[in-house]
Design a binder for this molecule. Structure first.
Ligand code: FAD
Length: 446
């Protein structure tokens, strides 16, 4: 038995505690979280704001239930402020002062923080980020009490796009602002334009290639770098995150090239008694074997399993991250796995691409809708480097098949051979994945 201390009790931290208890009923496990809640569903927060998830409690697991179920000591409102690696203890700060706790093994899952620059003229009461339950509650009560009519969403990534949909559902007139030339950079510009058209169809105003410079009029007017102005009763800043690395830096643990915590394939930091996982770490990219910082729930959960196994003497290596991601933008599904041409070019890869604009299933069957697919691949070996999907019904299925194909090291020449089940409500006798494979195979060097 050993004493395991976990810093952070949500995506990675709560999962690793639960995983430890799979086989190990005896070790002492203590979770510290600086917030008031553990094991909450961050991913559900936009949908509570928009009303799709009606009950706030459905996003939360009561701490006492978690403690009882997993026999874990959970200390909320307790921020770990320092690690003493020589004495193997941590210091944590609570309302009743600074305390200490020793450990045999320490696990860091402190996540990331939303970027929130102190922009000139900002009014904190009407400008929000969304990363924690208190952030969600603030947005929710602002909408309820102040009844805003207009919203600006700065940043057209995951959280920005999910917030547009949910604020729009509440009847707010939304403007999205992003400094890049396209929305959703997990896919490429040609496919992002489909998303942009869809946003416009929903009467969302879109300002691209332009950034927020400052606020005026008590935070109600956004001044953009181009000189344009946008009026908004509330603003969501969804302009990225940065990994929480202060504890690791102060303890002289190595950071990686991306600025996140460096770990080996067993998720150990440069101190073998200290593991780290989730949004705070960088891991290896499964395809290019270069380092990559991916802040998503799947890696955190898989890494939790790897750590719990390692503590239990079972040596399983984390095989790296693909960055498979999916999101809903109004009626559209947008997803990607692996790389975009931007990241491949940055890494010096040469590659080809095949694209397909088709239908999700038999056109004559009611509800059949448009589907766009793209695959990036090596022109000699046919190895798949990345795949992108945009569509309606069945888009998520095609993304899952392509992510599985990459993991299984299938090439584009294998895609026509995938015998994917067909009946008119689901597919066509040649599935769109098969057709994409035929197109890509035809472009292979002979
Ligand atoms: P977190 O889950 O953020 O947990 C970190 C915890 O550590 C926090 O509770 C924090 O309070 C605590 N902490 C930090 N420092 C300290 C300290 N010094 N002492 C004590 N406690 C500390 N991912 C997806 O794959 N799909 C999605 O649809 C999706 N949607 C999302 C929507 C939103 C709005 C957000 C914010 C995230 C979303 N994510 C999504 C990302 C996903 O939630 C994260 O990748 C995952 O939660 C990472 O787990 P983590 O343990 O690294 O960090």
């Amino acid at each position: 038995t050993q004493k395991v201390v976990i810093v952070g009790g949500v995506g990675g931290g709560a999962t690793v505690a639960a995983q430890i208890r799979r086989n190990d009923k005896d070790s002492e496990v203590i979770i510290f979280d600086k917030g008031n809640h553990i094991s909450f569903s961050n991913c559900g927060m936009p949908y509570y704001i928009g009303g799709t998830v009606e009950e706030r409690d459905n996003l939360l697991i009561p701490t006492d239930k978690f403690m009882e179920k997993y026999d874990v000591d959970v200390r909320v409102n307790s921020e770990v402020i320092a690690i003493d690696r020589n004495q193997k203890l941590i210091q944590y700060s609570t309302a009743s002062g600074i305390k200490e706790e020793t450990y045999d093994k320490l696990i860091l899952s402190p996540g990331a923080s939303a970027n929130a620059p102190n922009i000139e003229g900002i009014n904190e009461k009407r400008t929000f980020t969304l990363h924690t339950i208190p952030d969600m509650d603030q947005i929710h009560s602002f909408i309820k009490e102040k009844k805003p009519k207009t919203a600006a969403i700065v940043g057209a990534g995951f959280i920005g796009m999910e917030m547009v949909e949910n604020l729009h559902a509440l009847g707010l007139d939304c403007t999205v602002i992003d400094r890049s030339k396209q929305v959703t950079k997990i896919i490429e510009k040609d496919m992002a334009s489909i998303v942009e058209d869809h946003l416009k169809e929903k009467n969302v105003k879109l300002i691209l290639d332009d950034g927020l410079a400052s606020f005026s009029n008590d935070g109600r007017e956004l001044l953009l770098t181009s000189g344009k102005t946008v009026q908004a009763d509330m603003t969501i800043l969804a302009i990225g995150i940065k990994p929480n690395t202060k504890l690791a830096i102060d303890a002289s643990l190595k950071l990686g090239e991306t600025g996140a915590i460096h770990v080996n394939e067993f998720m150990q930091t440069t101190d073998p008694d200290i593991y780290a996982l989730g949004d705070a770490v960088e891991t290896m990219d499964q395809i290019t074997k270069t380092t990559r910082h991916v802040a998503l729930a799947w890696p955190a959960h898989r890494q939790a399993f790897i750590i719990a196994s390692h503590l239990d003497g079972e040596i399983i290596a984390y095989s790296g991250t693909l960055g498979s991601a999916i999101l809903k933008i109004f009626d559209l599904t947008v997803g990607a796995t692996g790389h975009t041409s931007t990241s491949l070019k940055r890494l010096g890869y040469t590659f080809k691409e095949a694209t397909l604009s088709t239908y999700s299933y038999a056109r004559y069957y009611p509800g059949s809708d448009k589907l766009w697919l793209k695959v990036l691949f090596d022109e000699k070996s046919g190895a798949i480097y990345g795949a992108h999907v945009v569509g309606f019904a069945g888009a998520d299925k095609r993304l899952a098949v392509l992510a599985t194909a990459i993991k299984a090291k299938l090439t584009v020449a294998d895609l026509p051979e995938l015998e994917l089940a067909y009946a008119p409500p689901y597919s066509s006798s040649k599935d769109p994945i098969n057709i994409l494979g035929y197109k890509a195979s035809a472009a292979l060097e002979r």
